[in-house]
Design a protein around this ligand. Structure first.
Ligand code: SF4
Length: 444
């Protein structure tokens, strides 16, 4: 009889891709995925430790599995991802009902660990970092499944050591996957019906920089753009310091590259950017924005911003607000700073009271929301090309897709539109999506 696995994923796209790989690997030892922990044979959390809240959630979720394990002692409970990498053995010590801890470089070992626990051989943890050659052989590779868009991992790890960030500590050093392998994989995905790929990595702009004879990231985009059957390309995440002129030019010449870039700025003050070890100034960032807009006039930017970094003064914060006004981001992911143990910034003295941080956070949200609304309301009445992804989860009988700016649009259509780019007139805007009507005429 087939066994069942319940898997919850937290955090970024890298974890989403790892989770898909986990499900594929577990299928090889007879597990299929279910959507409830109640009757599952194996429950897994694929965790994120980028934010304090995300990390605390892991302990809460693990607590939820305790009564199930009390009822069914054969239940196997495992934790993977960044929290597993960081905490390792400590998790097994703290949580007696936990059986397996697997780190970010050890997803491939999960089936073996599960089989050992099934055989009552004990509890296990694997959190060692792998050498470069082994990592290169273990890049997650993707099959099409039944989706129109797929994430494709092009690099892993990060060498930047931004002072607040745990990622280099839990994901290891940067490594780029061979371009030939990426291009072959995307060609196969296209053959299986995938129309849009998002190239992912912690810092995609530094793709290839550390590999002798490898393409640059812009060179890789050129090759992906040439693949028949792929209609749209996105990438994330970008570091502003590593955006080359060659990459900027891609937005002017690659017709499949979407007119959107997520470019985390984190702060608008040079003093704080330096303390964050970001390696660029606000002037550099604003110059990038201008150059990208010059080459692609309707490009939209989204960003990440941290509020309340240690030592952030009122004047530093006002420079962030000023930068937000100047750039006019279509959207921003805003975070209250929280120290991550093991990072350089965790050693800095916190200078702001929680209420001060919160007030600044609220001011930033208010400023950004007004700007976001001008973009989204401005779309109402426009005719835009939408890549149709499937049936909408929101309303019966509707389809959904995305604009080039990565905004979700719901509309009434027929299932043969799935996988096609169709012209849709936006008729209404909501916080997280838009409503549209398919237009029979050509897209303007
Ligand atoms: S670039 Fe900075 S913020 Fe991004 S993953 Fe690397 S260290 Fe973290």
């Amino acid at each position: 009889m087939s066994k069942t696995v319940y898997l919850e994923t937290f955090g970024c796209q890298m974890n989403i891709v790892d989770s898909e790989r986990i499900i594929d690997l577990l299928a090889q030892i007879g597990y299929h995925q279910v959507d409830s922990a109640d009757n599952a044979d194996l429950v897994l959390l694929n965790t994120c430790s980028v934010r304090d809240r995300a990390e605390r959630k892991v302990y809460g979720h693990l607590g939820r599995f305790k009564p199930i394990k009390d009822r069914r002692p054969d239940l196997i409970v495992g934790v993977g991802g960044c929290v597993a990498q960081q905490e390792g053995e400590k998790l097994l010590e703290k949580i007696p009902h936990l059986d397996i801890v697997f780190g970010t470089h050890n997803v491939h070992k999960l089936p073996e660990m599960v089989l050992k626990v099934e055989g009552a051989e004990g509890r296990f943890q694997e959190t060692g970092f792998l050498d470069r050659e082994t990592r290169l052989n273990l890049f997650p590779s993707r099959t099409g499944g039944d989706t129109v868009n797929r994430f494709v991992t092009v690099m892993q790890g990060c060498d930047n050591f931004c002072s607040y960030c745990i990622v280099p500590h839990v994901r290891g050093r940067e490594i780029s996957r061979p371009s030939e392998e990426i291009v072959n994989e995307i060609s196969s995905l296209a053959g299986e019906g995938v129309r849009e790929v998002t190239l992912i990595g912690q810092n995609v702009n530094s793709y290839g920089l550390r590999e002798v004879g490898e393409l640059s990231f812009a060179g890789l985009l050129d090759q992906v753009n040439a693949i028949d059957g792929i209609d749209r390309i996105r990438f994330t995440t970008s570091h502003p310091r590593d955006i080359s002129e060659e990459l900027i030019s891609c937005f002017g010449r690659l017709e499949k590259l979407c007119h959107h870039i997520h470019l985390p700025v984190q702060c608008g003050s040079n003093r704080v950017l330096e303390k964050m070890n970001r390696g660029y100034t606000r002037e550099h960032y604003l110059d990038l924005i201008e150059r990208l807009r010059r080459i692609c006039s309707d490009i939209r930017f989204t960003t990440d911003i941290i509020v309340g970094f240690p030592g952030e003064s009122e004047s530093d914060f006002e420079q962030t607000l000023d930068l937000v006004e100047k750039v006019r981001f279509a959207d921003a992911f805003t975070f209250l700073y929280s120290p991550r143990p093991g990072t350089a910034a965790a050693e800095l003295e916190e200078t702001l009271a929680p209420e001060q941080k919160q007030q600044r956070f609220d001011r930033l949200i208010e400023t950004q929301q007004k700007i976001s609304l001008t973009f989204w309301q401005g779309d109402v009445g426009r005719l835009v090309p939408v890549l149709v992804e499937g049936e909408s989860r929101q309303a019966n009988g509707q389809l959904f897709g995305r604009t080039t700016w990565n905004r979700i649009v719901n509309f009434t259509g027929t299932s043969d539109m799935i996988g096609q780019i169709v012209p849709v007139r936006i008729i209404r805007n909501f916080r997280n999506s838009q409503l549209g009507e398919v237009e029979k005429t050509q897209v303007a």
